[in-house]
Write a protein that binds this ligand. Structure first.
Ligand SMILES: [Zn+2]
Length: 111
């Protein structure tokens, strides 16, 4: 069954207090993700808002993993990368996402 990314994004919005409205979410080919972004990537476009690309490799991932990854990427809309790194506030906010431990375990098993 196809994964409904919009429904997952809506669920993630329910967990987080402030999320920008203009977020696009799509599956992405490896070639669309910058180096070092294995599973997913967030980008901001000056006029078109935010984009989250999820690696097609995640199409068979359990829902809780997708929800966690989307949460991680959505938080970049609030705490953008700083010099290509995750700011501390982003890391802390990710600790509060649902399913974190189980999702991290699944991701490390499938890396
Ligand atoms: Zn990140």
């Amino acid at each position: 069954m196809a994964v409904d990314l919009q429904a997952l994004l809506a669920r993630v919005r329910g967990h987080l207090k402030y999320v920008p409205r203009n977020i696009q979410i799509t599956w992405a080919l490896d070639s669309e993700l910058d180096n070092g972004h294995h599973w997913a990537q967030w980008r901001r476009y000056p006029h078109d808002g935010h984009w989250i690309g999820l690696s097609c490799a995640l199409q068979r991932a359990p829902t809780y993993v997708l929800e966690y990854i989307i949460g991680h990427e959505v938080l970049h809309a609030i705490f953008p990368y700083r010099r290509c790194r995750h700011p501390k506030a982003h890391v802390v906010a990710c600790y509060l996402l649902p399913h974190r431990a189980a999702a991290e375990k699944w991701l490390s098993r499938h890396s």
